[in-house]
Design a protein around this ligand. Sequence first.
Ligand code: FES
Length: 388
Amino acid sequence: DDGDPPDDDFQLINKAGDAERHDHGIPLAVLAELTHRCPLQCPYCSNPLELESASNELGTADWLRVIEELAEIGVLQIHFSGGEPTVRKDLVQLVAKATECGLYSNLITSAVMLDRAKLAALAEAGLKHVQISFQGAESGVADRVGGFRNGHAKKLAVAGWTRELDLPLTVNAVMHRQNLHQLPDIIEMAYELGAARIEVANVQYYGWALKNRQSLMPSPGQVDDCVRVVEEARARLEGQMEIDFVIPDYYALRPKQCMGGWGRQFFNISPAGKVLPCHAAETITDLRFDSVRDHSLAWIWEHSPAFNTYRGTGWMPDPCKSCEFKEVDFGGCRCQAYALTGNAGNTDPACAKSPLHADIFALAEAESLGDQNRFVYRNFSGGLEEVE
Ligand code: FES
């Protein structure tokens, strides 16, 4: 007995009652991290410090079962991610299963391992959307940041095939001090590629990115320029390309609503089957995560202590507890609070109401003005061998 509730118990979720304890949100979307294997070596890698080996990844049969369970609990979207999800030989099969179960599937990829035939097979299996990460506007910067020769040219080719196959494209541009000067060109590149959307995604500093913060942190002047570039592009490209952008955390006044609120709408499944409230949750080393190897997804969503610890507003300390925005931003990012204060239950220092806010602004500014430009690259030492 794994302690799972009866099937119909899940139906009770989110119904009226004691909102504080029983509002478990509605699981709408999942980030399915099929693997931590990845050919790129990005210095801001968001995978956990401890990578799962290929031999510990969920197998095909497990993922097929999990996809059925996702549909059963009401999930609408599945984002196939990693690591690099295309290193899995069963990706087409998993996308086909998602389609069969009525899930909208998105591929989040570096694109460097895709060819046209593979992309066409994914489209044939019902893939609905492709998101490609870019590290710069041209190969000099982009290939240096990704630590992968000719990666940029490959990404451009795959973006072209994506549009030829009539799949909607999102460009995910990860921005930091060493490529922000290329932002106007990156936005133009995304537009020329026919992207419906570009995410101007500033590096988030937890996990591996903390090792490179001094080399990646933008200066306040760069952030101001970036805001101007985005505003101008939004006005110019209105109705043609959507531009998502949030101010880098260390320079923000209000924290971001991370993951739409902890355990409210989104969750992650790690390569080994651990169910996480966000992609970086394993950086919070005092939380314990339940696995689809031991429990049903319905049980985990409702009962897993990792989800309930920071769900809703009942866990909040002041100033969050008495803040008028507490149900807007849900206290910001737990992973950032942990990375910067050592306690994930503290107010996210990205918030101007945090006693640490002035300190992180000063720290960011000091680091951004230093002359550290070298990267500590991330690589998957386990190689890219395939496991069935
Ligand atoms: Fe984990 Fe923000 S990344 S809560």
